[in-house]
Write a protein that binds this ligand. Structure first.
Ligand code: PMP
Length: 429
């Protein structure tokens, strides 16, 4: 990795910390990539990797799909920043409306953090209440108003987790903390008690409907229905942050797969296959507060024509080929989950695997179940980070905390190759 190392040294002289995203790096050499195509990555030192990170989720059709390249370059030639209304944004909004259960009306931004921020502001503006209930281990972007911390407290965060500071840490106004209420997820008693303590003050409950930032955890039977009921009884808005699960777990996201419709949904990542488009979608009665200008929403790059051309092409394909793409991703992912499980038990390694196939998470643990962040935090996360490094050595790229994303570009041959590599990596661990 000589070239990657040299580039990293050069980067540190020009970019604070050497990187523009996570402030903290994993031990070892950071990879610099030269190209990415389909299910594969090529680094600057000539190594190839099978990729299960997909840019942290967006590349649902695989890397650089021809359809996206064409849509984007055609729009680029027609015009980039005419910063006005255009047909493409209407078509994307209509597509989101037809795919996503909660999407009676839609607004666009560029990245997930912005759309999550817009949802929080809308909830406060619409209800006139200040507080937001957020769950331990759930991530909603890095902006201050939704910056509730992934990890309570942050210094317990293991290798590979995103270093999100808690409110009150450097650069975050202390007052932010006062209106945030943190509680345990997948635990209806804890939530009921939390609501009772803040009755009449809570604008919204926000959650990842399938927890993906600290695990890949599907809520227990009945949990989401009970949360929905609590929200209805208490006049609280329910926000699903589907930045990871949207257009991935099903064409209509986790809300469609799990059959519970939130008041507002937040989307990003997969919806434009790798271009930067995010969306806030929700019930018309709530979205009307933005429509009427009561709650502010703006952005120079919102509905950027080039990015929206990407979203239109990707969503059209995901919608029209839904019966092919989603079952196939799930089948391939489940092949991996089953194969990895079989290897772990053959080698006598205590491991749990959770997920839907479209994405899944490995945990090193003796536990028989993982229900929420507290269980996740008790797993052996440093062993998982070491496995990540050993898998890279074998040409397999995964999210360091143990999360794997599937794409429509993965094949059965990729799965075979991955399982062979996995057995080697786990044996070395
Ligand atoms: N919400 C969730 C659930 C996420 O996983 C992320 C990003 N990992 C975000 C919001 C923030 O999105 P972005 O990084 O595009 O701002």
């Amino acid at each position: 990795l000589d070239r990657s190392n040299a580039l990293y040294e050069r980067a540190r002289a020009a970019i604070a910390g050497g990187v523009s995203s996570d402030a903290r790096r994993l031990p070892g050499t950071p990879l610099y990539l030269e190209k990415a195509h389909g299910s594969r990555l090529w680094d600057v030192d000539g190594n190839t990797y099978l990729d299960y990170v997909l840019g942290q989720g967006p590349a649902i059709l695989g890397h650089s799909p021809e359809l996206l390249a064409e849509a984007v370059s055609a729009q680029m030639r027609r015009g980039v920043t005419y910063s006005a209304q255009h047909l493409t944004e209407i078509e994307v909004a209509e597509r989101v409306q037809s795919m996503v259960p909660c999407a009676e009306l839609v607004r666009f931004n560029s990245v997930g953090s912005e759309a999550a921020h817009a949802a929080i502001r809308l909830a406060r503006g619409h209800t006139g209440r200040p507080k937001i209930v957020k769950f331990e281990g759930h991530y909603h972007g890095w902006l201050d108003p939704v910056l509730f911390s992934v990890h309570p407290p942050v210094d317990q965060a293991g290798p590979g987790d995103q270093p999100v500071p808690v409110p009150g840490s450097a650069g975050v106004a202390a007052g932010q903390a006062a209106d945030l209420v943190l509680t345990a997820w997948n635990d209806i008693e804890a939530l009921t008690a939390t609501i009772a303590r803040h009755r009449g003050e809570i604008a919204a409950i926000v959650m990842e409907p399938v927890l993906c930032n600290t695990g890949a955890i599907t809520p227990e039977e009945g949990y989401l229905a009970a949360v929905r009921q609590l929200c209805d009884d208490e006049g609280i808005l329910l926000i699903f942050d589907e930045v990871i699960t949207g257009f991935r777990l099903a064409p209509g996201g986790a809300q469609q797969r799990l059959g519970i419709t939130p008041d507002l949904g937040v989307f990003g990542k997969a919806m434009a296959g790798g271009m930067q488009v995010s969306a806030l979608a929700g019930k018309a009665t709530v979205m009307e507060s933005i429509a009427a200008g009561k709650v502010a929403h703006a952005g120079t790059f919102n509905s950027h024509p080039v990015a929206m051309a990407g979203a239109r092409a990707v969503l059209e394909l995901l919608d029209e080929k839904r019966d092919d793409i989603y079952p196939r991703m799930e089948r391939l992912g489940r092949r991996l989950m089953d194969g990895i499980g079989a290897i772990a038990s053959r080698l006598g390694v205590p491991m749990l695997i959770h997920g839907t196939g479209h994405l899944f998470q490995l945990y090193f643990t003796e536990a028989t179940d993982i229900r929420n962040y507290r269980d996740f935090a008790a797993t052996d996360r440093s062993a998982m980070a070491r496995l990540h490094g050993l898998l890279l050595d074998e040409g397999i790229n995964t999210v360091p905390r143990g999360l794997w994303f599937l794409s429509a570009a993965h094949t059965d041959e990729d799965i075979d190759q991955t399982l062979t590599a996995f057995e080697k990596a786990l044996s070395r661990l």
